[in-house]
Design a protein around this ligand. Structure first.
Ligand code: GLA
Length: 582
């Protein structure tokens, strides 16, 4: 029986001391067709273990409805790892942070107005138990103690950065044990006093997360856990990007040196990330320290294996360090997949969003404004529509509060944008004698995944006012955009000017002989979402830093391919380009 244990400040596996050299690859951020390729590249870099989180919101998208297919086929990912001779560290938690929507928690937890997350609030625990009643028995055959790849599991994630309810951690441990999870259980926290005090419990190994200053971090850990092996559960060798920021990069030599220092101390290391992948669809998370900051679609992370699955300079430097310490890595790198330029896709058809509402959603009537969660909606956009009686002199229209970005229309004409992160919270308007129709399109740009503002409800959370008067009597459309098949597209006339400030869907096709990876360039497009053959590839936004979208070959097919772009503002071009590089 293969079981990871700890003895004399070391990890022991099969009776031998082992240094775990692990890399994070999130199966849910990589097309399943490429799982094997990415894992082979991990192995060829000299790693012995793969680490992944498990996002609850992907696996239980609606309460009691489970999904373990396609991107969510975790056990298939674990089988591939096992077949390649890799061990696996699995972190269901159930909260994962990870720059993932709501830190992996399902939106429907927020239907309860009194919800208390990540503590011994019984209704929360009950939902965790129901999920774990499905997940943990499924993982049981994949534990190393049953011949599988999993050597360790994490019971919560950086809990000490959030709370100090150690009874809750105890309860998590109990749930794992009740399901006979007999592999090593651990927690991971930042190397600070408060975090270690809040995040540790007896009988569960503590590990630490950091990007630099390994010596200090491990000394802190030793202070709290004198008799455990040292492990950096998240070595942040790169970082993620928010919209409006510069792309993050970390010096590869510095990373290699830091890694070297950890190995010399006999520590085990998990590279966060080894291969970051992509936040497909609406699954990106957001941070809120001083202000709300949504994460971009790419999760490249400046990781050793980039978003396209290519080894970088960092990859080879890390491999050198591993070879110096443990001897030659026997595996060869798999051949690099070729990316292709397919030319431009002409978007020849259009349909305006405001004319298509009935094709995308049922119309719900409500006397008051309801947030997305109350409407039973997880992701995407939500549209609120009402009438304001006139005449009224110039006054202020307040959206209280917008989560996260609202485009406002009067009689279907654009009058302004209200963004959660900007100081401007109102738009001025006067109302003519006959009154007006008000439409507000709100985008959920990703629920916060870290910190005290984790409970992040979407849409308009309180109400809409004209001056101090709350407006009632709304039509609400849930625009999840998970089925665009009923849209009625019309050909765009060659001489027709592109409407600006009009949210619309654009459709085009391209014939491809041999599918391959490619990069979508959207010059002239402002902000929106790209769908390829019905698959939501994610958001684009001209503010950057991300300017192009990775389109993995398996999402294309031989023959005709359909592209739909939901552009929220307007486009100067009616084409996009499929190029080899970003
Ligand atoms: C923390 C979390 C991770 C991730 C990183 C930053 O360590 O535990 O899930 O969010 O920060 O990338």
């Amino acid at each position: 029986m293969v079981k990871l244990e700890t003895r004399d400040n070391q990890f022991i596996l099969n009776g031998e001391p082992i240094q775990i050299i692990s890399g994070a690859i999130h199966y849910f951020r990589v097309v399943p067709e490429y799982w094997e390729d990415r894992l082979l590249k991990l192995k060829a870099c000299g790693f012995n273990t793969v680490e992944t989180y498990v996002p609850w919101n992907l696996h239980e998208p609606e309460e009691g409805q489970f999904n373990f297919e396609g991107f969510a086929n975790l056990t298939r990912f674990l089988t591939i790892a096992n077949n390649l001779g890799l061990y696996a560290i699995v972190r269901p938690s159930p909260y994962i942070c990870a720059e993932w929507e709501f830190g992996g928690l399902p939106y429907w937890l927020l239907e309860d107005d009194n919800m208390r997350l990540r503590c011994t609030y019984e209704p929360y625990l009950e939902k965790v138990r129901n999920y774990f009643d499905v997940l943990l028995p499924m993982l049981k055959p994949y534990l190393s103690t049953n011949g599988g790849a999993i050597i360790a599991m994490q019971i919560e994630n950086e809990y000490g950065s959030y709370g100090n309810d150690t009874n809750y951690l105890q309860e998590m441990k109990t749930i794992y044990e009740q399901h006979d999870i007999d592999v090593l259980l651990f927690t991971s926290d930042g190397p600070e006093d408060s975090m270690l005090q809040g995040g540790m419990i007896q009988g569960v190994l503590e590990t630490v997360n950091f990007g630099s200053n390994a010596e200090r971090a491990f000394n802190q850990l030793k202070k709290y856990q004198p008799n455990g092996p040292l492990m950096c559960m998240e070595f942040w060798n790169g970082w993620f990007d928010h919209w409006f920021e510069e792309h993050h990069e970390r010096n590869p030599k510095e990373v290699a040196n830091e890694f070297e220092t950890m190995l010399q101390q006999g520590a085990s290391v998990n590279f966060y990330m080894f291969h970051g992948g992509t936040n497909f669809g609406f699954y990106n998370g957001a941070n809120h320290i001083e202000n709300y900051e949504p994460t971009v679609t790419s999760y490249d992370y400046d990781a050793p294996l980039n978003e396209y699955g290519e080894p970088t300079e960092k990859y080879f430097l890390i491999r050198d360090v591993i070879q110096t310490h443990f001897g030659k890595v026997p595996e060869e790198l798999p051949e690099q997949m070729e990316r292709k330029a397919f030319g431009s896709v002409q978007l020849k058809q259009r349909t305006n969003l405001l004319d298509s509402l009935d094709k995308l959603s049922e119309r719900n009537h409500s006397y008051d404004i309801k947030n997305m969660e109350k409407m039973g909606q997880d992701y995407g956009f939500i549209l609120y529509e009402t009438k304001i009686a006139g005449p009224r002199d110039n006054g202020k229209l307040f959206l209280q509060d917008v989560h996260d970005r609202a485009l406002v229309y009067v009689d279907e004409k654009y009058i302004g944008t209200i963004e959660r992160w900007s100081d401007n919270k109102y738009i001025e308007l006067s109302i003519p004698e006959n009154g007006v129709k008000l439409s507000i399109l709100v985008e959920n740009m990703g629920r916060i995944n870290y910190g005290p503002l984790l409970k992040d409800r979407k849409g308009i959370t309180e109400g809409v006012r004209f001056e101090n008067q709350f407006l009632y009597d709304w039509n609400i459309y849930r625009l999840k955009m998970d089925d665009l098949s009923r849209l009625d597209f019309m050909d765009i006339k060659p001489d027709e000017a592109s409407p600006q400030s009009t949210p619309a869907f654009y459709q085009g096709h391209i014939t491809i002989e041999e599918p391959a990876d490619t990069i979508i360039h959207l010059n002239g497009w402002i902000k929106g979402v790209v769908f390829v053959n019905g698959f939501n590839l994610g958001r684009y936004w001209e503010v950057g830093p991300q300017k192009s979208l990775y389109l993995p070959g398996p999402l294309l097919k031989k023959g005709e391919n359909q592209f739909i772009i939901f552009e929220q503002h307007g486009t100067k071009n009616r084409e996009i380009w499929l190029k080899k590089d970003s």
